[in-house]
Design a protein. Structure first.
Length: 428
């Protein structure tokens, strides 16, 4: 039987992103600092443009920083900049690098990442596999132990640097003996000491004592660096919220007047000028689209989290990226990019904008737990509230969550279903 090669026509659907579309998505993800650097670089490459009040050459263009134009806040971020630089130099895909850079913002002042994976997935807008990939990349950076969830994981990450030491396995077992309860820790260590060779145990304990309890030491954490907020919310005396977008980039870029007289230019120069004008027109549209999208997303967040801006983090409400996307009639990825790497100044401090897309943050979950518990405590024992009825009651209190979410929270509280509670009430 002879083999034959055939060509069969087929039709498939796909989305092809143009260069402008790709650039637009990249710009949407940028914070003000990275955006400023991009605009400076673009202005240098386009002789038709200049920054207001700055001569058109590299030394002077880079001498003006947004930090001089925008009120800045002091925060403990110097070591975070070093981590971001490591991420930029690593061979990570753009999507993973973006996740890593965002996770760096969520590290506490010890260098720990003390959050549940599900909570991080909700904040980052990614699945569990992508989260593990980004977290693994972060935990390979220096200082060793960075991105650990707790002390035990921090020490285990540091032990990876001592894999050639004979007693490293014993040291790992010692670290696994560490518990929050000191009595349990001492008991586990005593049992381990009886099983191991005394010399090996002593060497392993000596190795563990050389490890750091926190990857970022106090003196490093206290080094100040300016963090520029992308957005700001102020509360007026009448209780009204005012949204301010710190985005002066477009206002600073101006055209040089020497190119406004085409009668003095030859054909080749006119063609070049026309090309550069078109490039600036396209780039300006990208910047304007980023501005408009960020304002729209921020306004919706402002409406949903109004109580947070007035009362503080205890008043955070459940809010999902999907909800914002549906209200704005845009893709979820657009909302995710818009809130990525952005910071918002509030009356209660400086926050990552993504942290207001709460999902199931501890404060929100605890608040809803308390409301569910109160509703069940006050329910009619002859006719207990179903999960749907509880969801409806929560809706009237301003918390729009599904019946499934109510069931999840109810199970977390250890509360029986409505049918089981009715039977339990009758037995009592």
């Amino acid at each position: 039987m002879k083999s034959q090669i055939e060509i069969m026509p087929s039709m498939t659907q796909g989305i092809v992103l143009t260069t402008l579309m790709q650039q637009s998505l990249q710009v949407l993800e940028m914070d003000n600092g990275r955006l400023e650097a991009l605009v400076n670089e673009y202005v240098e490459s386009n002789p038709l443009l200049s920054l207001e009040g700055v001569q058109n050459h590299a030394a002077d263009v880079h001498s003006i920083s947004l930090e001089k134009l925008i009120p800045t806040l002091t925060s403990q971020l110097s070591w975070r900049e070093e981590l971001r630089e490591q991420a930029r130099l690593s061979m990570l895909s753009p999507s993973v690098m973006s996740l890593v850079c965002t996770m760096i913002q969520y590290l506490d002042d010890r260098g720990y990442l003390p959050y549940e994976n599900e909570q991080l997935c909700a904040w980052l807008g990614c699945d569990l596999n992508r989260l593990h990939e980004a977290k693994s990349a972060l935990q390979l950076m220096e200082p060793s132990g960075i991105g650990a969830r707790n002390l035990q994981e921090c020490l285990l990450l540091q032990l990876r640097d001592h894999e050639d030491v004979p007693c490293v396995d014993a040291a790992s077992k010692i670290v696994h003996c560490l518990h929050e309860d000191q009595v349990d820790t001492l008991k586990a260590l005593d049992e381990l000491r009886e099983r191991l060779d005394p010399a090996v145990y002593a060497q392993a304990m000596k190795l563990v004592k050389t490890l750091k309890s926190r990857p970022v030491m106090m003196d490093e954490a206290m080094l100040p660096i300016h963090q520029v907020p992308d957005l700001e919310v102020k509360v007026t005396g009448e209780g009204e919220l005012v949204l301010i977008l710190h985005d002066p980039i477009l206002e600073r870029v101006i055209k040089l007047p020497m190119y406004t007289y085409p009668e003095f230019l030859d054909h080749q120069t006119l063609k070049y000028v026309a090309q550069k004008q078109k490039e600036w027109h396209d780039f300006k549209n990208i910047l304007q689209k980023r501005h408009d999208t960020l304002v729209q997303v921020a306004y919706e967040i402002l409406q949903e989290q109004r109580d947070f801006f007035i009362k503080g983090s205890s008043a955070l409400r459940p809010l999902m990226i999907k909800t914002l996307a549906q209200r704005l009639s845009v893709a979820e990825s657009t909302v995710s990019r818009a809130i990525m790497n952005k910071w918002i100044k509030t009356p209660h401090g400086l926050y990552p904008l993504r942290s207001l897309i709460t999902g199931d943050t501890p404060n929100v979950a605890e608040s809803i737990h308390a409301q569910i518990r109160a509703l069940i405590d006050q329910e009619d024992r002859e006719s207990p509230l179903s999960d749907q009825q509880i969801a409806d009651e929560l809706h009237t209190l301003g918390n729009v969550i599904s019946r499934r979410t109510v069931a999840k929270y109810r199970e977390q509280l250890g509360v029986l279903s409505a049918k089981a509670r009715r039977l339990a009430y009758r037995v009592k």
